[in-house]
Design a protein around this ligand. Structure first.
Ligand code: GLV
Length: 324
């Protein structure tokens, strides 16, 4: 049987399925395997089932001579050196689609909680400050009629946009190219990044982390945002320059931020963003529903087993491995 390394316990059904088909070793801890440990384990493996917390770089791939498939249980794969895998002829799988709705829901949880100061309200009560109904207390942003700017109208961006229709929001979007069909369905208008930042009351990030999007939201971009606007990020922390974000919040230019992703993860407990009143941070839980995580694990196992059999992966990020 093929040897497979799984870098953390994953939903049981998927694991049971995998165990029927391969000899499986699961890293048991609640934390990711340290890099050198991962490298050591993968060195003798035919297949790797990994997570976005694992650095799968060229060195690791080079030290795994038998490796025939890398299957990531996530849609994003910026932690994997895909070019290095491709040059070895190793297909890389991921889990698109199944986490779209869960991540869009979490995005809306952050938009609503940030705009309406939900977490601040709870802290206010916890601090014993709730004395009366206050006509001037905890005033937030009204979303109805406000403009939502979506950076990246892919699967998740489009699901966020669909929900915005119910909130009566004006919709703008940007990205490398227009998506006329998707945009028409939700009444979204295509703009350049600059216009989107300038006109949106809420900016929500839904693009992958690539060299081109790293720190896309830097001091210059934040300065272009409307005074009082809200930034929400459920994509990847590296897209936002956190030092610049902190400045924009502390100067009062931005009205708030809702972050499900940060750089690094976890953000150190003493990081200044942690203590900011108008910032809500969740620990990268966009896809964290029982059903979605089960589907992601099933999909990751299907990709892995296809790779071990020598079949094309159902969801492959580097299909050029099959045409080289
Ligand atoms: C989560 O961030 C994912 O990429 O699946």
């Amino acid at each position: 049987m093929n040897n497979v390394f799984v870098t953390r316990p994953i939903p049981q059904n998927a694991l049971d399925h995998l165990r029927r088909e391969a000899t499986v070793e699961v890293w048991p801890g609640p934390l990711p395997p340290p890099y050198e440990e991962l490298r050591r384990r993968v060195a003798t493996c035919d297949g790797l089932l990994c997570l976005l917390t694992d650095r799968v770089d060229a060195t690791l791939i080079a030290s795994a001579p038998k490796l025939r498939v890398i299957s990531q249980m996530a849609v994003g794969y910026d932690n994997i050196d895909v070019a290095a895998a491709t040059s070895r002829g190793i297909p890389v799988g991921h889990t698109p689609g199944v986490l779209t709705e869960a991540t869009a829901d979490l995005t809306w949880a952050l938009i609503l909680a940030t705009a309406r100061r939900v977490v601040e309200g709870m802290r206010f009560i916890d601090a014993g400050q709730w004395q009366t109904w206050d006509p001037l207390g905890l005033l937030g942003m009204e979303l109805h009629g406000a403009t939502l700017g979506i950076l990246g109208l892919g699967r998740i961006g489009a699901a966020v946009a669909r929900r915005a229709v119910g909130f009566g929001m004006r919709l703008l979007y940007t990205g490398p190219r227009e998506k006329p069909d998707v945009a028409a369905g939700v009444g979204a208008i295509y703009t350049d990044v600059d216009t989107l930042l300038h006109e949106s009351d809420v900016v929500s990030i839904h693009c992958p982390l690539t060299p081109a999007t790293r720190h896309l939201i830097n001091a210059h971009a934040l300065a272009r945002m409307k005074p009082g606007a809200i930034l929400v990020n459920t994509a990847r922390g590296g897209i936002v320059d956190h030092a610049a974000l902190l400045d924009a919040l502390r100067s009062g230019h931005l009205g708030g931020a809702g972050l499900d992703v940060t750089e690094p993860e976890p953000l150190p407990a003493d990081h200044p963003l942690m203590g900011e009143d108008r910032v809500i941070i969740t620990p990268h839980i966009g896809s964290a529903t029982v059903r979605t995580r089960a589907r992601m694990a099933d999909m990751a196992v299907s990709n892995l087993l296809a790779g071990l059999r020598g079949d094309p992966l159902p969801h492959c990020v580097n299909p050029d491995v099959y045409t080289r």
